[in-house]
Ligand binder design. Structure first.
Ligand code: MF3
Ligand code: CO
Ligand code: CO
Length: 382
């Protein structure tokens, strides 16, 4: 989901203008890097062969609005990072080089797959208005019966990702992968929640390499060395479960493997910090500790979200350091879905309106779980 001008579950949430900002490192490009932009906004990004990009560190803040902001922060919770003390592990400060790599080419997207008529659809399929700004504003603790339904949905979502992991091979297209997962979810009695959510055209989201999230399955064959993220959300017995993992297709380099293991570790550490009474800020701290240690970026504007009978709702879950004092309450269900980046966490959206990719072309990895706060900790449903 996306926050504010740029906050998506790993969604887009309305935010107070001018109360936050992201450190944007100056990107130095070779002179030949000029023709560009299949992207709908943001500064031009090279298409095709990506030249080495040097991120120059120790930048001062470029954001006047952020400097003006007294309180700072995402909806008041995230500190203005201008005042943050720089650490060597911060890629925006340390200065890093994202190696030259071929960017992901956009493929052809075929028609949506049919869902058998007996599968119960979430409300937004018949009534797109039901999503209403994608956001459900009230936190309602889940009952024991709700938890039973979410446990079942989570189990099937977990199994769907297990299948994805088995099918990821060089030469397989993301659409072929989607078709298998679609079938598996329907066979299990679930509706693939992504399909027609805010108009999304496919049944799962598949995001490769520099694509951070919300990738649309298409006819591009996966290549050896690709980092392939599959994000599955399904709707069963009236509840959603949302989960994602990232795999290496074939073999990759050390940084790619480390990016995956660190992101997984970051999610696990964040989950381990969840218990009743814990402030929400422990999540961003746990994720950031690991990202800092490894020298990776954390995407600030893609956030986790409350989930249940709705796909996206409060509480918004930040993965970066914040001063978010909200206390976790027993029965609250939400996702945690950190994205770590090998270069800058700054991102752009392709002109398909969905695909989010890093601005510098560096790879991004995401893992996600749906969980519920219990009496003495939390239960991961996925
Ligand atoms: N599974 C994605 C998530 O983790 C779905 C995002 S749909 C969007 O939240 F509409 F919010 F982009
Ligand atoms: Co999610
Ligand atoms: Co997801």
């Amino acid at each position: 989901m996306i926050v504010g001008a740029q906050i998506a579950p790993s969604v887009v949430l309305p935010m107070e203008a001018g109360t936050w900002h992201v450190h944007t490192p100056r990107i130095v490009r070779p002179a030949h890097d000029s023709g560009l932009s299949r992207y709908s906004h943001g500064s031009p990004v090279a298409v095709g062969e990506l030249p080495s990009i040097m991120l120059v560190g120790a930048m001062s803040c470029l954001c006047v609005a952020a400097r003006r902001s007294v309180r700072g922060g995402l909806n008041g919770y995230v500190r203005n990072s201008c005042r943050r003390k720089a650490s060597v592990a911060d890629p925006t400060v340390a200065g890093i080089v994202v190696p030259a790599r071929k960017l992901v080419a956009k493929g052809r997207v075929s028609a949506a797959l049919p869902v058998p008529p007996h599968i119960v659809r979430p409300p937004y399929v018949a009534e797109p208005e039901a999503v209403r700004g994608w956001w459900n504003m009230r936190i309602q603790p889940k009952s024991a019966e709700d938890a039973v339904a979410m446990r079942a949905a989570g189990k099937l979502a977990h199994a769907t990702l297990d299948l994805a992991g088995e099918l990821i091979k060089p030469g397989v297209t993301s659409e072929e992968l989607e078709a298998e997962l679609h079938q598996f979810m329907c066979d299990g009695g679930a509706y693939p929640s992504d399909l027609l959510y805010k108009g999304f055209p496919k049944s799962v989201m598949i995001s490769v390499n520099e694509v951070i999230c919300h990738g649309i399955p298409d006819d591009r064959p996966m290549e050896n060395g690709d980092l392939v993220n599959v994000d599955v959300t399904l709707y069963m017995n009236g509840f959603h479960a949302d989960t994602a993992r990232t795999w290496v297709c074939g073999e990759t380099d050390d940084v790619g493997r480390r990016l995956i293991s660190a992101t997984k570790e970051a999610l696990d550490a964040a989950v381990a910090a969840c218990r009743p009474g814990a402030p929400m800020k422990v999540i961003g701290d746990a994720v950031s500790d690991i990202a800092d240690r490894e020298g990776f970026g954390v995407v600030k504007t893609l956030v986790g979200h409350g989930i249940g009978e709705f796909f996206h709702g409060v509480p918004q879950v930040f993965h970066t350091r914040t001063n978010d004092p909200r206390k976790m309450l027993e029965g609250t269900a939400f996702t945690i879905e950190p994205v770590l980046t090998e270069g800058s966490p700054d991102w752009i959206t392709w002109d398909d309106g969905w695909t989010n990719a890093t601005r510098d072309g560096g790879r991004a990895v995401q893992f996600e779980h749906t969980l519920m706060i219990t009496a003495d900790g939390c239960e991961v449903f996925t």
